[in-house]
Design a protein around this ligand. Structure first.
Ligand code: ZN
Ligand code: ZN
Length: 457
């Protein structure tokens, strides 16, 4: 058995032998419940079709206005790019840079890079600079926020509905379709593309771009198959204790997921497939996470105290903090949106910081308690972090749309820059945290979680 047949859980370091799955089934980690791999092989034709459709939708979404706003006979419209330029010209230019990166440049680059990789792969060729492009695609994924912007558009339509007539336009519908297409594209494992490229290289007998993984024998035959939808129906089945990568001297590449024999316990090495430096754990994970977390906690205060928005109408000016914005939505009857904005802008950042603090302290103490639950908390923190960007997009949209001179005008306040920094810093903090530290327990405490394993999955 070669290591090519093995898969290592990126959350808890458990090692599995790949087992064939039913169509549409997914393999999950028995220990922590994380997704390992899915049954379907990448259908390059379908992926390319989705990519090209996304490119068309991206052009449409940017060419047409997102929404129209009418007040007292005056009409205001804004495209995405107009919104970015307006935000840049205001007193909160950092917000414009974040919006331009997360809603314009990264999605566009992602679509183009997918097309660049998929078109040659479909013709059984590996494109030039394949490795670099694949790393760029992986790193861009968490920073593409089209779906968060879409929710921001909906909030803006409702928020403005109270003071003027707001109508969604072509650009907004195109954004909705683009959101669906990008979600579909990002749900694919990039590992499938790595494997496809490797198959092509191997068939051609070449050594141009990709090197072969080292065909080493897996040292232990007790490596189990992961749990899938099928195995879940048979709960009574006896299970041997799961082995960890460190116990088997195996290591998984962070860049491409390739499993290798860890012969370099003391010397750094590089992945033969993607050239990434091989690391057992993320370097300086604790220190980096703490640094980002503390910076975020400090900025959370000005983010909530300073106004994020100043609305001036004929009746006077009004400074809005994040909380007063929520209260306003609630009072105007949009209680569902008030709940969404409260959750995304106030509860989520606070909960994220509390959860990360808990994870950092417990993993520093090498605690063996609630490991499965703590891993779940980490996965949740990673998933919801980006949604806090909602308020940032709403403010950018409002200040670009509401420009009716003395009738009504929206200006951004300094609070929104602090808030945007909190969101980015908490995302960096959770990315720096290595969830495998949760499972690096003291050897004396190691027997306890094993007993609990059989009850889950
Ligand atoms: Zn796991
Ligand atoms: Zn690699």
């Amino acid at each position: 058995m070669s290591t090519a047949n093995l898969v290592i859980c990126e959350f808890c370091d458990a090692v599995y032998r790949r087992a064939p799955l039913r169509d549409g089934a997914a393999a999950r980690c028995r220990r922590c419940g994380a997704h390992l791999y899915s049954s379907s092989r990448a259908d390059l034709h379908a992926m390319l079709a989705v990519t090209l459709a996304a490119l068309v939708m991206f052009v449409v979404a940017n060419a047409y206005p997102l929404m129209m706003l009418g007040v007292g006979g005056q009409i205001s419209e804004a495209t995405l790019w107009q919104m970015i330029v307006d935000t840049y010209d205001s007193n909160v230019s950092p917000i414009a840079l974040v919006a331009a990166a997360t809603v314009f440049f990264f999605p566009l680059l992602q679509i183009c890079l997918y097309a660049y990789v998929l078109i040659p792969l479909r013709r059984n060729r590996v494109p030039v600079a394949f490795i670099g492009v694949m790393h760029a695609l992986r790193q861009m994924q968490p920073w593409t926020m089209v779906e968060v912007f879409m929710l921001g558009l909906l909030v803006a339509v409702v928020k403005l509905g109270g003071m003027a007539t707001s109508t969604p336009e072509t650009g907004m519908w195109a954004f909705a379709v683009l959101t669906l297409l990008l979600t579909l594209l990002n749900s694919r494992d990039l590992e499938e593309l790595w494997e496809r490229a490797e198959q092509i290289e191997r068939a051609a007998g070449g050594d141009a771009v990709l090197l072969r993984p080292l065909p080493v024998e897996a040292p232990d035959t007790s490596v189990q198959a992961p749990s899938s939808d099928e195995t879940r129906r048979m709960p009574g089945q006896a299970r041997a204790p799961l082995l960890r990568a460190s116990q088997l001297d195996l290591i998984a590449c962070h860049g491409c997921g390739l499993v290798l024999r860890d012969t370099l316990r003391h010397a750094p090495g590089f992945c033969p497939r993607c050239d990434q430096a091989l690391q057992r754990r993320k370097p300086d994970s604790q220190a980096r996470s703490w640094a980002f977390l503390i910076a975020a906690a400090i900025l959370y205060i000005p983010a909530n105290v300073l106004p994020v928005m100043r609305t001036s109408t004929l009746f006077g000016a009004d400074d809005n903090t994040i909380l007063s914005g929520v209260v306003e939505l609630w009072n105007s009857g949009a209680w569902d949106l008030a709940v969404i904005v409260f959750t995304a802008s106030i509860a989520v950042p606070l909960m994220k910081m509390a959860c990360l603090t808990l994870l950092l302290i417990s993993s520093r103490q090498r605690s063996a308690r609630w490991q499965r639950e703590r891993t779940r908390i980490y996965r949740m923190v990673e998933f919801i972090g980006r949604w806090s960007m909602l308020d940032v997009f709403v403010v950018a949209l409002l200040l670009s749309l509401v420009r009716f001179g003395i009738l009504a005008e929206v200006k951004a306040g300094p609070g929104i820059v602090a808030f945007c920094a909190v969101v980015v810093l908490t995302m960096l903090a959770s990315m720096s945290f290595d969830p495998r530290m949760i499972w690096d327990v003291r050897s004396s405490a190691r027997t306890r979680p094993r007993a609990a394993e059989g009850t889950g999955a």
